[in-house]
Design a protein around this ligand. Structure first.
Ligand code: G6P
Length: 620
């Protein structure tokens, strides 16, 4: 949700910022802009639209220099116009800032600044911060005219931050302190890349890959002052901080498209590997259990928990629903799955015996972070299941499990979902084996888990078939997705994928609930996608298919090979491998991801950058 970059060093800054913005574009793509200081002047290029359009503008009107900041926007305040794009100048152009987050008290601050004579050129909350910086700078200059410029600028930043309510990751440059970038965070992430006589700033580590491996994650309430020869970090209340430099283990290949036309397709096809990586080193054949090292809780402590709460948003919430079924089945632990946006403002009964997990791909989702902090505030240990190493949630959680799925860049989540489900299966096995699950049952689960990468490979063979089917169905405007038990969350996820990237209305339901409402939608124009592989209650789902066909609704079915009954009823069948019911989400999600991908392509949609969405939602 908005991406920020910054650079100071000896590279050509425009190229460096534009490359960084390309890599952060998944965080927002309503507009983009950069600001560069050279010859004592701040110059800005910004434009509504994609980073590509900004790059064209910069080609026509180049900017030269070695220090600059940039931004790719997901609009919150004000439409997607050139004027509302970041960077924003403050005062008479003596300050320039980029910002990720929301300044909640922007209205009253704007009125105060207008009364002081500041002129606004945009509708954004960010411009308020820019003018406020300029205001405090001029006040400070009057008071301390002979101190080093950087100290005055830093004081202006701190005085401004004192007055902001809300969240920010912010980068600021001052015209009269032309070798320095000041950045700060509260709620929105910022990473510093440490090079040799150069520093990078970014909302996450992706722009740093290939530039430097040494990174420092800025914590909330920290401010950093950077120039080409050094960085100083201070906590806004406790003072100087000794930076902890960490090593990035990502390589450029992780973020290259390779031969794929889109990241989404690449990430769908990475799933045999990403699922394998989620299990690597975590299966213990001897003890018939999983090895989960990072929970920071002893087996004895884990045995005392009698309830689990899983909290997440979007696709991660769907993975949580699969987790609920797994934890209840394997570990007999009553489990609730809470939308993080609800949990953060509710007051649910969470006791010392409740184990809370935040599930998140990015580790930066604002609601998930707030829900986690709310639980921690009340003294409950909160763990995370997270993909992005070093993200805010991963760092603030009391322990957790990484997905090791590699960067997920397509906005619609695919491989993170299957990795989350895999990790939740491991967790259920681990907690189960401490409770009621027998040794032979644990052994069986391990064997089946080990087969999953191969089964996912097999599931991917449906690609051409799904492409054909997509052509037949791409023109419909309403879809139902129906499944039961472990495949109910898969139905929700299939519908979400279609909505997200094709802009087609789709609803996911437990198949049996269909007759309590959604069946009223069924007609020749409303296809239903049934997830109906082999399993205990498959005959019941087949009856639901019959009910749809009786009302002339077109039916696409995901079924195992040779399932004659499904073939007889459905208009089109997509074959999925036959796996244990609890593992079906891992294979059934695949054709649904591909279906949404191909339908979106046929409708001319931008699959990797769907409208109005962002990969990482860092605002409420
Ligand atoms: C956004 C993304 C979704 C994602 C959700 C939760 O809405 O577009 O794909 O599922 O955020 O993100 P998280 O990073 O917390 O899993």
């Amino acid at each position: 949700m908005c991406g920020i970059v910054g650079y100071v060093g000896s590279r050509s800054v425009s190229e460096c910022l534009l490359e960084g913005l390309h890599r952060l574009e998944y965080r927002g793509y309503d507009s983009a802009g950069i600001a560069v200081i050279s010859d004592g002047e701040i110059s800005v290029r910004k434009k509504a639209g994609r980073v590509m359009e900004l790059a064209r503008l910069v080609e026509e009107q180049p900017l030269f220099g070695n220090i600059g900041i940039g931004h790719t926007r997901w609009a919150t305040h004000g439409e997607t116009t050139d004027a509302n794009s970041h960077p924003h100048l403050g005062g008479n152009g003596e300050v320039v800032i980029v910002h990720n987050g929301v300044i909640e008290n922007h209205d009253s601050l704007r009125n105060q600044l207008i009364a002081l004579g500041y002129v606004f050129h945009s509708q954004t909350d960010t411009e308020v911060a820019a003018h406020l910086m300029a205001h405090h700078l001029s006040e400070q200059l009057k008071l301390n005219s002979d101190e080093p410029c950087v100290d005055t600028c830093l004081r202006a930043v701190n005085l401004t931050l004192d007055r902001l309510k809300g969240t920010y990751g912010i980068c600021v440059m001052f015209r009269d302190c032309p070798d320095t970038i000041i950045a700060a965070r509260s709620g929105s992430p910022l990473v510093i890349g440490v090079g040799k006589n150069e520093y990078f700033l970014a909302s996450d580590s992706s722009p740093l890959i290939g530039c430097t491996q040494d990174v420092v994650y800025l914590a909330d309430n920290e401010v950093v002052v950077l120039n080409a020869t050094g960085m100083k970090i201070a906590h806004r209340t406790t003072g100087r901080v000794q930076p902890s430099i960490q090593t990035l283990d990502q390589v450029s290949a992780d973020i290259d498209l390779g031969n794929y036309p889109h990241y989404m397709l690449k990430e769908i096809f990475e799933q045999p590997t990403s699922v394998e990586n989620a299990m690597r080193g975590r299966l213990d054949e001897g003890e018939a259990t999983a090895v989960i090292g990072g929970l920071n809780l002893t087996a004895q402590q884990l045995r005392t928990f009698d309830r689990v709460v899983l909290t997440a948003c979007g696709t991660s919430w769907h993975a949580g629903l699969v987790g609920e079924y797994l934890l209840e089945e394997f570990a007999r632990l009553p489990t609730e799955v809470e939308y993080a946006s609800e949990l953060r403002y509710r007051n649910p009964p969470i006791s010392d015996r409740t184990l809370v997990f935040s599930i998140t791909q990015s580790g930066e989702t604002a609601d998930t972070l707030a829900a986690m902090r709310e639980c921690q505030r009340k003294g409950h240990p909160t763990l995370s299941i997270c993909n992005v190493v070093g993200s805010t949630i991963a760092r603030e959680a009391d322990g957790g499990i990484y997905l090791h799925a590699g960067p997920e860049i397509g906005v619609a989540s695919t491989k993170a979902f299957t990795s989350q489900v895999t990790v939740l299966s491991l967790l259920a096995l681990y907690l189960g084996r401490m409770r009621h699950l027998s040794y032979p049952a644990g052994k069986r689960i391990i064997k089946q888990l080990r087969e999953m990468p191969e089964k996912i490979e097999e599931a991917l063979k449906c690609h051409e078939r799904v492409q054909e089917i997509s052509e037949k169905y791409a023109h419909f405007n309403n879809f139902l997705y129906l499944g039961r038990l472990y495949n109910f969350p898969v139905a929700l996820e299939g519908a979400l994928k279609l909505k997200e990237i094709s802009y087609i209305h789709a609803e996911g339901y437990p198949a049996a609930e269909m007759k309590h409402g959604p069946i009223a939608l069924v007609d020749e124009q409303t296809p239903s996608v049934f997830i109906v592989p082999k399993g205990g209650i498959q005959p019941k789902v087949i009856s639901n298919m019959e009910e749809v066909k009786a009302r002339r609704g077109p039916v696409i079915a995901l079924a195992c090979e040779g399932d004659k009954e499904v073939e007889r009823i459905a208009d089109d069948v997509i074959i999925v491998p036959d796996v244990e019911e609890y593992l079906q989400p891992l294979v059934c999600a695949i054709p649904l991801q591909l279906l949404s991908y191909h339908i979106a392509l046929l409708r001319g949609c931008n699959v990797d950058r769907p409208r109005n969405l962002a990969k990482s939602v860092t605002v409420e």
